[in-house]
Design a protein around this ligand. Structure first.
Ligand code: URA
Length: 451
């Protein structure tokens, strides 16, 4: 019998949707069939959207999560980078607002002699995406074929692309669908999405940045730890060295949110400056990458090496080189006016004297999406120029009328709602909050006491 006909007779997407809707456990074969048929285009978006929502509401067992990760990983090729002599180490974040650390970390680790074959994603829900940020650099190509990806890695030690038809194609499709169907917030789907991409890269080790707080998909430390453990377990099952840092996302990271604006802030960090929270998180994650990559005996030493490499200009040179090799305009790294510019700006002022005690982070991210910095439908184009610059963050003193933030926008119709969300996201009180949240909450999967 024709094999397509045989599988059509035994597998029906509707049965799998109903089984998950009713709380059943799916078999490995059912999950594989769903992933493979959807990747091939044999199941429509609306059925997979319904299945994703059932997973969000019903969850998955460990066996289902492993089957989903494996099926998504096997939907494409696994890179063999064994011809490159250095260790291959990557970092991935579960998603945040103003989280631009990947653009700093890839060149830091490459400057230290590690190979970083980074496969990233686009904006997801209210969070920004590495690929959208990179595409704000005129000409930058995130869709390199594997052979070219490998050449960039050989030449400069780091390369940054998206999921392709060859590598992690199932995640490419599922990711875009989850972005616009309210189906991101499932630890099982996040684990399968991240780990399928990362395991396809041919890496030796991975540093995970699992976000927690009002701007994260996992709002509580408990949920973030659950996700971190799920991913560490998945990576270790595949023989990889994995460490997960649970880090704060209760307010945006750094001060700039929006694709081109975030590239500007990345370059500030690469020049040795930038906001302290962003700089500190980059150094900590870099410390772990260098340690797992075997070029630093401790994380502290990895941090110090990273600081030195940044101060020497070697990291900025590496970033410029990668941009050039991926078709981007290296001049835009040195001259921010060459990056896309918004036509208009609007300032948000403080309604009173006091202190910023909280900054509702998801709302800030949603405001940026509404401005056009993210997508509301799969086919939407992103406006790279729009975004928000925060002048005040949690703990800062403010006076009445002082500017809290500036909105960069192009479309008048979008700005009123974004402004309202941003104004509502600032909570100002007469005295500062008693406790400051730490930047790093916990480390999971620590390989021995190497701190
Ligand atoms: N990053 C990913 O790659 N996938 C997710 O699902 C969330 C964050």
């Amino acid at each position: 019998m024709n094999p397509t006909l045989a599988s059509a007779q035994t597998f029906r997407a509707i049965d799998v949707i109903r089984k998950k809707r009713d709380g059943g456990e799916l078999s490995r074969t059912e999950i594989e069939s769903l992933v493979n048929d959807y990747t091939r285009g044999d199941i429509p978006d609306y059925q997979v959207s319904a299945w994703l929502m059932a997973v969000v509401l019903r969850g998955m067992t460990r066996a289902e999560t492993a089957a989903l990760t494996d099926a998504m990983l096997r939907s494409g090729d696994v890179l063999d980078l064994s011809s490159l002599p250095a260790k291959k180490v990557d970092k991935h974040s579960t998603g945040g607002v103003g989280d631009k650390t990947s653009l700093v970390l890839a060149p830091v680790a490459a400057a230290a002699g590690i190979v970083v074959p980074m496969i990233s994603g686009r904006g997801l829900g209210h969070t920004g995406g590495t690929l959208d940020k990179l595409e704000a650099i005129p000409g930058f190509n995130v869709n390199l074929p594997v052979a070219q990806f490998r050449r960039v890695l050989e030449t400069c030690g780091c390369a940054m692309i998206g999921q392709t038809a060859e590598i992690a194609p199932a995640d490419r499709k599922l990711y875009a669908l989850r972005d616009v169907t309210g189906t991101v917030e499932s630890p099982y789907l996040i684990c399968a999405s991240i780990m399928s991409k990362k395991l396809a890269e041919g890496i030796d080790a991975l540093v995970l940045d699992v976000k927690t707080g009002s701007g994260a998909f996992m709002k509580s430390d408990k949920d973030a730890a659950f996700l971190a453990e799920l991913m560490v377990e998945t990576g270790e099952r595949m023989g990889k060295q994995i460490v997960a840092l649970i880090t704060d996302m209760d307010q945006p990271l750094g001060c700039m949110i929006g694709n081109a604006l975030e590239v500007i802030e990345v370059v500030e960090v690469l020049r040795g400056g930038g906001p302290e929270d962003l700089r500190q998180l980059c150094l900590e994650l870099a410390g772990w990458m260098l340690h797992l990559g075997g070029v630093a005996t401790t994380v502290t030493e990895g941090r110090k090496q990273s600081e030195k490499l940044i101060a020497s200009g070697a990291v900025l040179d590496k970033f410029r080189r990668m941009v050039e090799l991926q078709g981007g305009d290296p001049q835009s790294i040195d001259d921010p006016k060459k990056l896309p510019q918004a036509q208009r700006t609007m300032s948000i002022s403080s309604p009173k004297n006091g202190y910023v005690v909280s900054l509702q982070c998801e709302q800030v991210g949603t405001a940026c999406v509404i401005l056009g910095g993210g997508r509301e439908r799969k086919e939407d184009a992103v406006d790279p120029a729009v975004g928000i610059v925060l002048h005040k963050k949690v703990g800062d003193a403010v006076s009445v009328g002082e500017s809290l933030a500036t909105i960069y926008y192009n479309a008048d119709v979008r700005v009123a709602r974004a402004r309202q969300l941003l104004e509502e996201s600032y909570q100002i009180a007469d005295s500062p909050a008693h406790e400051r949240r730490p930047l790093i909450h916990r480390v999971i999967g620590k390989p021995g006491e190497k701190n």
